[in-house]
Write a protein that binds this ligand. Structure first.
Ligand code: SAM
Length: 261
């Protein structure tokens, strides 16, 4: 997967060199390219913001540098299958999906991470100040799929931290990134059995620590009983921490209802 990130703070992304994502980059699974938005300005101050039309506090990111940045990046259509100078081959028409992090976007969920992990090319546009001039997204939608996504109901100072969150969630799902791909299957929110559930507590050795024992069932070796116990724990934790998720699960079977009684 190729990922382009446009930001006025490309240095913010040094965490992408470490851990799972860093290894995925080193192994060529992830091709992440950082871009300084100011490189597409033409004034001596490399200005990317201006006062908002209609008045109000703060500054708004100007459309021109964003337009030029997206033209340059999305216009790089030879990226998947050709060397510089080569005639574009099949797949040359591929356009990226543009992701714009914003608190006013649709909530970013595990289902989005799963879906976006199947895309060959994502471009992330990191806003700052009061956000990006609304025409940038409007124009980009005429040329490529655009998704405005929020990572939660709070306001960050910029899109960089949100992009790090999304790339980690997406990147760990790419084939070959997780040491054990099954671990993603048991995660909270994972499609399938865990879709609307939070994962319950997990344990490792030693079996007893500071007088606290690992639940006996986990030492039983009975995989059916262990799976059922884990689901019960997930149900209880979800009901306690995110009751709206349980409410959204529809009719529970008899056994699930008993667990929650
Ligand atoms: N005035 C904007 C509003 O109230 O919706 C907030 C702008 S915020 C200070 C600056 C940038 O941070 C946004 O353009 C976006 O890129 C990013 N950002 C802030 N909170 C975010 C969130 N919850 N999810 C995703 N991105 C966020």
């Amino acid at each position: 997967m190729r990922i382009d990130i446009v930001s006025i703070f490309p240095e913010y992304f040094s965490p992408l060199d470490v851990s799972l994502i860093g290894k995925a980059r080193a192994r060529g699974i992830l091709d992440i390219r950082l871009h300084q938005l100011r490189d597409w300005t033409h004034d001596v101050h490399r200005t990317v913001d201006d006062t908002p039309y209609g008045g109000g506090p703060g500054m708004v990111m100007k459309p021109e540098p964003w337009g030029e940045a997206l033209d340059a990046i999305a216009g790089d259509v030879r990226r998947l299958d050709a060397e510089p100078g080569e005639v574009p081959g099949p797949g040359a028409e591929t356009v990226p999906t543009l992701i714009v992090p914003t608190p006013s976007g649709r909530p970013f969920t595990q289902a989005d991470a799963v879906r976006l992990a199947r895309e060959p090319w994502l471009v992330f546009a990191c806003g700052r100040y009061e956000g990006i001039d609304g025409r940038v997204v409007e124009h980009a939608r005429t040329r490529m799929p655009v998704e405005e996504l929020s990572i939660g109901d709070y306001v960050l100072a910029g899109g960089e931290a949100a992009v790090l969150v999304m790339i980690e969630a997406i990147g760990r799902l790419l084939p070959g990134v997780l040491g054990n791909a099954v671990s993603a299957v048991d995660d909270s929110f994972a499609p399938g059995a865990m879709e609307s559930l939070l994962e319950g507590p997990v344990y490792t050795k030693p079996p007893e620590w500071r007088g606290l024992r690992v639940p006996d069932v986990l030492l039983s070796g009975n995989h059916g009983v262990i799976a059922r116990w884990r689901r019960d724990q997930a149900l209880r934790r979800t009901a306690a921490n995110r009751p709206e998720l349980v409410a959204g699960m529809g009719a529970l079977d008899e056994r699930d209802r008993r667990v929650l009684d």
